[in-house]
Design a protein. Structure first.
Length: 137
């Protein structure tokens, strides 16, 4: 598998994978919390870290036809949502390149004093040998 590289943008309110608690994004990257996913409420973000993308798929959604890729946690492989690659409807093209995270798959965490969150427990308990570095941008 190689070494895992974990990114972190910092922030006072961050979002992490519900399954393994790895950092995903922060509130500054949020475009809108008013989206719906297959499991209920979802959030649209401009930038999300520590994800991997699935195969390109065409989906007919409430707002029209879109070409999307499912996104999964890079660390534990849990499904998190999807990324918009292309929107057929011109008015929906603002979503292209953006990521939807479904609220049922993520945790929202408030961080005090701009403290950098610790790596997930599964990373910090001796298994950090598989992580090449943690970058804060």
């Amino acid at each position: 598998m190689g070494r895992l590289f974990v990114e972190n943008f910092g922030g006072k309110k961050v979002y992490e994978c519900r399954q393994c608690c790895v950092y995903l994004t922060n509130e500054k990257e949020m475009i809108s919390p008013h989206f719906r996913g297959s499991t209920g409420p979802a959030i649209l973000f401009t930038r999300v870290a520590n994800i991997k993308h699935g195969d390109l798929q065409q989906r007919n959604m409430m707002t029209g036809k879109h070409y999307v890729r499912d996104v999964h946690c890079k660390y534990c492989d849990a499904k998190l949502g999807w990324m918009y690659e292309f929107a057929v409807d011109f008015e929906q093209r603002y979503k292209e390149g953006k990521v939807i995270l479904e609220k049922s798959f993520i945790n929202e965490v408030s961080i005090e004093h701009d403290r950098i969150p610790s790596p997930p427990l599964s990373l910090s308990s001796g298994s950090m040998s598989g992580v090449s570095s943690i970058t804060i941008t």
